[in-house]
Design a protein around this ligand. Structure first.
Ligand code: 16G
Length: 248
């Protein structure tokens, strides 16, 4: 890699980042390869340690690199591409990619809806609901933190056979004959708070993608309201856009 442009109005850390990204894009650096350490970058580019650190830290929080304590910084595997169209379950999404899905139940309880959930599901604030908080993993790696809310009236005794450690959608289908076929979903960026960072195994402040979804069945009943936090460093959502005739 050649020298940085010191007279151009582009911050030095940003130029280092661009060099490394280029090397990743053109395959000089492959997933799993070790990248230069802070010290090596300092020598190679004649920058301060802080500048080198800034480049690596930013690339790490954007999911291009990962660090292993005492071993160094490595090129990460590319983000998972998740189409936004299509109402799929986490289990289905991961299996389609050949990854082993898992759910680690953080809490599972029957409780009252409360204001926000009541509004999303269109039930009374004191209506009974099941609340399931689960960490979703793919191939053992934490991917998303999911909190599902389902009115108890649709799924009586949901937790009688223990917390839902496998596919929730399968339980809804097989035990309750509920098929979710339609949903409204929003997507926004948030920063990981200390708790989210700990369970998702990211640094505090890492960008996360918050998806909120209300899923309905064929009779248009609101069955599930979910709040899912996906790791911004591991996910990339894609969508197909079609130009409508009436806008032309
Ligand atoms: C997806 C759904 C979630 C659902 C889960 C069921 C989002 C945005 N969507 O993650 O609502 O509860 O799939 O997956 O999170 P499962 O059948 O594997 O439990």
């Amino acid at each position: 890699m050649n020298n940085l442009g010191k007279d151009v109005p582009i911050p030095l850390y940003y130029q280092i980042k661009a060099r490394l990204l280029e090397a990743i894009e053109n395959g000089q650096l492959k997933p799993g390869d070790r990248v230069m350490s802070e010290r090596e970058l300092t020598t190679q580019f004649g920058v301060s340690r802080m500048t080198a650190r800034q480049a690596l830290t930013e690339m790490e929080s954007q999911g291009f690199l990962f660090r292993v304590q005492g071993k160094g910084t490595f090129v990460a595997t590319p983000k998972l591409e998740q189409p936004l169209a299509g109402l799929t379950s986490f289990t289905e999404d991961m299996r389609r990619r050949g990854l082993e899905p898992a759910a680690r139940v953080i809490s599972a309880e029957e409780t009252v809806a409360g204001r926000k959930v009541a509004r999303a599901l269109g039930v009374g604030e004191t209506a009974s609901i099941y609340r399931l908080e689960r960490l979703r993993l793919a191939g053992g790696e934490p991917m998303a933190l999911e909190v599902s809310h389902i009115p108890s009236s649709f799924v009586p005794g949901l937790l009688d056979r223990g917390p839902v450690e496998h596919s929730l959608y399968r339980v809804l289908d097989e035990r309750y004959g509920l098929q979710l076929i339609r949903a409204n979903q929003s997507l926004e960026a948030v920063a990981a708070n200390p708790y989210e960072a700990e369970v998702l195994k990211v640094r505090e402040g890492t960008p996360l993608l918050l998806l909120e979804r209300v899923s309905r069945d064929a009779q248009d009943r609101n069955i599930e309201f979910v709040r899912s936090l996906y790791r911004g460093d591991r996910y990339r959502f894609t969508t197909e856009l079609i130009r409508r005739e009436d806008t032309l």
